[in-house]
Each structure stands twice: as structure tokens, then as C-alpha cells.
Design a protein around this ligand. Structure first.
Ligand SMILES: *Cc1c(COP(=O)(O)O)cnc(C)c1O
Length: 365
């Protein structure tokens, strides 16, 4: 019997009674957009992250895009992004009309190398958008220090880091604002699309509530030319059920990650490096394999699901051809794209499954 890369059915089955009750509550309420469920989820998620405001939106990409709009960042402006991230980070900047300026990661942690950020700042730079990649927080004190020196906003891409902590504080509370995704496979996943913004910036929160809802603060009064990007009542109700389990499910991921990290020592696979100040939530468990094809061939033979996050960095996508980067522009991102393998990970993966994955990866099964 194979081991799937990601199991999205078991989370539903574990919480079936509560999720079904939430579903029926919304269905029978007759109210489906911007109602009590969204308002309550926003309060609960803001409290969870340790911030004053949460604004539910349509998805994670919109969350990041709307934050940029809310700060008035647009054409002619530059935003610093990691060279190794999911393309959504870059696309948010592109949506806003600004230019993504890539900075290389620290290969050991996969996160933005803060020592390289300052050199990328120009007179046009308006913000830095660090990503807490694979669920591990970026080095936010160092990023915030550069931002302060140059008067830049710090916008966290927290789409993979629900519940992760940096020096004891939750991701989503570490910069000026943060974008979350509730795409089904994320640590806090909806049964469809969803996203949220967290912030302590009162003025930004007011603008974002307008921007997500046609630029309107009062029905049929439009203060700005806004967007339609709202978390819906059904997803909010389902997310409230899942939020109550998030810490428990993240703990399960942590236990499995520790098993991988101990069991794969000395196998030639390079484990992710976890700084002392980081409490990752292991959205993905990503290792580096200098000989990736051999490792993935063993996984395939063992019927074990795997993926590579991400095989083509944004600067090498045709979508960003016009920026003019080539294969030598960002060697660390290129190297990661060539070496990373994501092993099965999730709150419903069994300890025995991890043992089997490790046996197969090391050629012992
Ligand atoms: C998932 C993800 C997003 C986008 O979220 P969507 O809800 O799919 O729009 C943005 N950034 C990162 C790093 C992601 O993993």
C-alpha cells in the first residue's frame, strides 16, 4: 500500500461532526457573504496570531496583493522578495503594478538571507516581503532592522506558517502586515479557497476592509476603486472548527519532523536547518538531495508520494521573462530548485509511515 504525499480526506473524517454542523449552520442561516461567521473567525484568528486585526479575503495571493494596495505601493515601486518562493509572492507584487526584486536565500534554512537584503534596496524600494517558507519563520529581527533603516514596510508571506513562532511570537505578528492562505493543503486549510490579512496597523485595517469589498465602507458608497475578495461564510465557519485543532495538528507535524530529522542523519540527504529562535510548523518537510533522481526513483518504486517545492524558480518562469533574468542570476535558488525533495508530511501521517518513507529513501526497503 502506498503512502500519499498529502492526505486531505482524513482531516475531514476526524472533524466530520463539527464540520458538518458548521456547514448546516451556514446553509440554514440564509447569509453567505460577510456575516457573523467571518467576523467571529477574524476575531479568533487575530487573537491566535496575537494581533489587533484580521481581515478575511478570497485567497492568499489576494491577501498579499491587497496589503500592497493598502499601503499605496504600485507602479514604479520595488518590493524585495525571495528568489526561492512560490510564484504567488512575486505575483502579488506584479498585481499591484510594482516590480519584484529577488534576494537569495540562506540555503541551509531556505529563508531569505537577511545579510543580502540591504544591497538590494534602492530609492524605489517600498517594502520587503519575507516568506516563512515551508512553515519555518524567516529571520525577522534582521529583516525589520533593514526595513527600519530605510523606512520600508515589512509584509510577511505567512501562507505556509500558520502557528509558527519566531522568538516566541507568532508568524503574522512580526511585520507591518501578513498574508495567510487557507488553500486546502495549508496547515490551516479551508474546503475551498480562502485567505486573511493580520496586522496591528489600525489605518491599514480600515482600508483593507474597504478594498476587499468594492472599496466600500457603507453599502453603495464607494470610497476607492476596490476589489471583490472576501472570505465566505461557509469557509469561515469550517475554518473556525479547524483553528481549534491547529496547535494539536502542528504538534503532530513536529513529532514526525523530529523523527525524519533523527532518522535521516548520515544518509547523504541534507536536513533543513532550524535556528534556535525558530519554532517551525512543518507545512512541508523538505530535504536537499545532491543526487535527487536516485532518491525520487526509490520513492517512486516504494509507491511513496513526493513533490519538489519548487522545481522552477519564479525568475526562470516564462511569466517573468520580461525581467531578463537567466540561469546565472540567482544560483542559490537554482541550486535549491535542483536539489529539493518534499517528503510526505501532515497531521494524519502515521509514525509507521514515516519509518517506511525513511527505509525506502535510504534504500533499506
Ligand atoms: C499558497 C501560497 C500563496 C498563495 O495562496 P493562495 O491561497 O493559493 O492564493 C502565497 N505564498 C505562498 C508562499 C504560498 O505557499
Amino acid at each position: 500500500m502506498g503512502i500519499p504525499f498529502l492526505d486531505l480526506k482524513s482531516p475531514y473524517l476526524e472533524l466530520k461532526d463539527e464540520l458538518d454542523a458548521a456547514y448546516h449552520r451556514v446553509m440554514s442561516s440564509g447569509w453567505y457573504i460577510l456575516g457573523q461567521e467571518v467576523a467571529t473567525f477574524e476575531e479568533e484568528f487575530a487573537a491566535y496570531c496575537g494581533v489587533r486585526h484580521c481581515i478575511g479575503v478570497g485567497n492568499g495571493l489576494d491577501a498579499l496583493h491587497l496589503i500592497l494596495r493598502g499601503y499605496g505601493i504600485g507602479p514604479g515601486d520595488e518590493v524585495i522578495v525571495p528568489s526561492n518562493t512560490y510564484i504567488a509572492t512575486w505575483l502579488a507584487v506584479t498585481y499591484a503594478g510594482a516590480t519584484p526584486v529577488p534576494v537569495e536565500p540562506d540555503v541551509a534554512t531556505y529563508n531569505l538571507d537577511p545579510t543580502l537584503v540591504e544591497a538590494a534596496v534602492t530609492s524605489r524600494t517600498k517594502a520587503i516581503m519575507p516568506v516563512h517558507l515551508y512553515g519555518q519563520p524567516a529571520d525577522m529581527d534582521a529583516v525589520n532592522a533593514v526595513a527600519r533603516r530605510h523606512g520600508l514596510k515589512v509584509i510577511e508571506d505567512a501562507a505556509q506558517a500558520h502557528g509558527a513562532r519566531y522568538r516566541g511570537r507568532r508568524c503574522g505578528s512580526l511585520g507591518d502586515a501578513a498574508g495567510f492562505s487557507f488553500y486546502p493543503g495549508k496547515n490551516l486549510g479551508a474546503m475551498g479557497d480562502g485567505g486573511a490579512i493580520t496586522t496591528n496597523d489600525d489605518d491599514l485595517a480600515i482600508r483593507l476592509r474597504m478594498l476587499r469589498n468594492y472599496g466600500s465602507s457603507k453599502k453603495y458608497v464607494n470610497d476607492v476603486a476596490g476589489f471583490n475578495s472576501r472570505l465566505d461564510e461557509l469557509q469561515a465557519a469550517l475554518l473556525r472548527v479547524k483553528l481549534a485543532c491547529l496547535d494539536d495538528w502542528n504538534d503532530r507535524r513536529r513529532t514526525l519532523a523530529e523523527a525524519y530529522r533523527e532518522g535521516l542523519v548520515g544518509t547523504g540527504l541534507v536536513m533543513p536547518s532550524v535556528p534556535a529562535w525558530a519554532e517551525p510548523v512543518w507545512h512541508l518537510f523538505v530535504v536537499r538531495c545532491p543526487d535527487r533522481d536516485a532518491v525520487t526513483a526509490r520513492l517512486d518504486r516504494g509507491d511513496i508520494g513526493w513533490l519538489s517545492h519548487y522545481p522552477i524558480p519564479p525568475h526562470r518562469q516564462d511569466a517573468y521573462r520580461e525581467l531578463g533574468y537567466g540561469e546565472r542570476s540567482f544560483p542559490r535558488a537554482e541550486r535549491l530548485a535542483a536539489e529539493v525533495v518534499s517528503l510526505p508530511m501532515g497531521p494524519h501521517l502515521q509514525r509507521g509511515d514515516v519509518a517506511r518513507v525513511m527505509a525506502v529513501v535510504t534504500g533499506g526497503a
